[in-house]
Write a protein that binds this ligand. Structure first.
Ligand code: SAM
Ligand code: SF4
Length: 542
């Protein structure tokens, strides 16, 4: 074995993120913590002292990508045995023990609910002598295992998990024009195909004061657009004096709708509480999702755009629509996955609504917010899905007219009800064909939705230089602000990309100095996923 001697201090970290926005936020918070402790971040894993993969377990495909990275790092560790390899996030939580057995190159595992402990874990690995690494007993772990759905008190769980979000840095160096803010962790819905309730644990809602304060401080540091995050974001409800059950869930209010089945479609907890920032039936104060949206909008007046993902169709009450309709800086955009257009499949997925109820909700949304844009997710090839079910999903896409819809081929996830009870009986080639057919239907729908914007002016939050321009000018993704601006790598104008408040992607020519601000663009041309235009007139960013 090579006798590479470790440096006394680990300094260079490479962190790669897989999966959803929740993981992107977790990675930002982890980076903040590690930066504050003196770690530096590098873009090339081969020069790093610590390699971290923030992983996703939602589909098998996402896991396979991580395994191939772990294999590569394993080879590299033969030359650099002191290198620290850590897997954080959902894969670590889902299959921690199995991983340690199969991959001796892994030095640490940290679940998504334990990320505040990551600096300590890295430190512990560094202190472990290299020859002892890779032995299962030496792997540093922070996983919640089965306990995360059985916390004795919600308050205790909250205190611990809240630490990571509270550790956020508001330094202007780390704050950008757009930011994510978590409002709810975990999920209690238990859709039969989904691993999230097992990897991210029970639903826990963050205190509204913490959320509003985080939004205010982000905006003071320069953020213009905030996206609130939760797996079922509209299910947010904070009971300021909640009793807690032993499974870590808040006890339902009398008359409140917290189960996945029943007659409560479209009613939120806020709607049954008797108030603005209402009182629950037992007289306890409740902040509903509608209340929270209103508070952020009204108490952070310099915030230009407020959006939220992902909405769950069962909990979308009129109170939310009313708050949105009355507050112009809340984006008219909803990501509202239907998952299937067949009632039989929805029932097997345990989604808790029918196609008719979903479409009634879409009509209600469009009546309140005529300019709304919608995005969706559907899964094809769910066990027993027939051609008739599949055609029903195609019809749903045509009826709803999403601006875009993510189409996923069903992949059985270990531990989920679907994987345990249903045979994965739709052959892969059938899944692939249905996937392509759904994409083709959606592409036609997206083109027609985008066509409606041609000739109109839209307000665009400029996110970055377009990929095409970056390639042509060979800056690469890693070009820093200093290189681009101070060293004059930057032309006066280039192709920029940004989003409307309805989340439509817009490409137009402009100055790179506009990145992070809002400009008005005249749309000249539309493609299924993109609008193309030219600057109409700059809009002051108040
Ligand atoms: N909480 C969101 C909701 O319920 O709409 C979705 C969260 S999930 C992380 C993102 C998407 O992954 C889901 O909407 C679903 O379409 C897809 N997904 C989840 N589990 C899957 C599986 N086992 N196979 C294929 N797609 C899956
Ligand atoms: Fe998964 Fe369903 Fe929860 Fe979304 S609502 S995270 S699909 S269990």
């Amino acid at each position: 074995m090579p006798t590479s001697v470790r440096q006394p201090d680990v300094r260079r970290v490479y962190l790669e993120t897989f999966g959803c926005q929740m993981n992107v936020l977790d990675s930002q918070l982890v980076s903040s913590q590690l930066r504050a402790m003196g770690y530096q971040f590098v873009d090339d894993w081969k020069i790093a002292d610590v390699v971290l993969y923030n992983t996703c377990s939602v589909r098998e495909h996402a896991e396979q990508k991580v395994w191939s990275r772990v294999g590569e790092v394993g080879q590299h560790k033969k030359q650099r045995p002191d290198l620290v390899l850590g897997l954080i996030g959902c894969m670590a939580e889902r299959d921690g023990v199995g991983m340690i057995r199969r991959y001796p190159q892994i030095d640490l595992l940290c679940g998504p609910g334990e990320l505040d402990k990551l600096p300590m874990l890295i430190d512990n690995v560094v202190k472990t002598d290299v020859p002892f690494r890779g032995r299962p007993s030496q792997v540093q772990t922070a996983l919640q295992g089965n306990t995360h759905r059985r916390s004795a008190t919600l308050a205790a769980a909250e205190d611990q998990l809240e630490l990571l979000d509270l550790s956020r840095s508001f330094s202007p160096d780390e704050v950008s024009g757009a930011a994510y803010v978590r409002i709810t962790r975990g999920c209690n819905k238990f859709c039969t195909y989904c691993v999230v309730p097992f990897t991210r644990g029970a639903e826990v809602h963050r205190p509204p004061d913490h959320i509003v304060d985080e939004c205010r401080r982000l905006v003071e540091a320069g953020t213009q657009e905030i996206t609130l995050l939760g797996q079922t974001v509209n299910h947010y409800h904070y009971d300021h004096g909640a009793a807690v059950t032993v499974d870590g869930m808040q006890q339902p209010q009398v008359g409140a709708a917290v189960k996945n089945k029943g007659n409560s479609f479209g009613i939120t907890l806020g709607a049954v509480a008797d108030s603005a920032f209402g009182r629950g039936a037992a007289g306890r104060r409740i902040t509903s999702f509608a209340d929270l949206l209103a508070r952020i909008h009204d108490e952070v007046p310099d915030l230009q755009r407020l959006r939220f993902v992902t909405s769950f169709p069962r909990d979308f009450g009129d109170d939310i629509l009313q708050v949105m309709a009355e507050r112009p800086r809340i984006c008219r955009y909803l990501h509202l996955p239907a998952q299937s257009g067949s009632n039989r499949v929805l029932e097997r997925m345990n989604r808790g609504y029918t196609v008719e109820q979903y479409l009634e909700l879409i009509d209600r949304i469009r009546a309140s917010l005529p300019e709304v844009t919608l995005a969706g997710d559907v899964i094809c090839g769910f066990p027993t899905e027939t051609e008739v079910d599949h055609q029903a999903t195609c019809r749903l896409l045509e009826r709803v007219r999403y601006k875009n819809c993510f189409v996923f081929k069903y992949s059985p996830r270990p531990g989920t009800t679907a994987a345990q009870r249903f045979t994965d009986d739709v052959p892969d080639e059938v899944k692939r064909r249905r996937n392509n057919e759904l994409l083709a239907v959606q592409s036609r729908v997206s083109q027609s939705v985008h066509n409606e914007y041609v000739g109109k002016r839209v307000r665009v939050f400029v996110e970055s230089i377009s990929q095409r321009a970056r390639k042509e000018q060979q800056w690469g993704d890693g070009a820093t602000e200093f290189q681009r601006v101070e060293l004059g790598w930057e032309p006066p104008t280039t192709q920029l990309t940004g989003r409307t408040d309805g989340d439509l992607i817009v490409i137009f020519e402009g100055s790179p100095s506009w990145i992070g601000s809002i400009h008005e663009v005249l749309v000249e041309r539309a493609a299924p996923l993109t609008l193309f235009g030219r600057l109409a007139e700059p809009v002051a960013t108040v």
